[in-house]
Write a protein that binds this ligand. Sequence first.
Ligand code: DQA
Length: 149
Amino acid sequence: MNNKIIIINGPNLNLLGEREQSEYGSTTFEELKKICLNKSKDLGLIADFSQSNIEGEIVNMIQNSRKNFDGIIINAAAFTHTSIAIRDALSIFKKPIIELHISNIYKREEFRHKSLISDVVTGGIFGLGADGYILAIISMQKLLQNENQ
Ligand code: DQA
């Protein structure tokens, strides 16, 4: 059976392509969604690509993923640096999680250097632009394949 993954995007990522292109590039959110769904399909994954600006909605998405998905790729955006609630929800998800950031958060303002989720995820990708999503999908497919062996 095909593994199911969810790609969760946090606040302001719906404005990709419009917001700070020097940090996040020119790929729009809709383009990125298409790229991710196509790549997932190519790798035999069933993928959901979601976004919310609301912290509690992201907590709900993570909680619901326990039953509905085999892995989570998450760009929690600004909530990465502030949300204990998202961290706690991720801790309860006992399957692979990849943390993702389009920009290199360690090269930017000091408040972005601290991620509250890095130590509860399987691994992370940052600073590689929108391509990071493709790399995360490839890595997730490998993690799930190894689990199924
Ligand atoms: C981000 C980095 C965060 O610091 C920022 O708040 C974002 C996007 C990234 O993808 O580089 O909104 O997660």
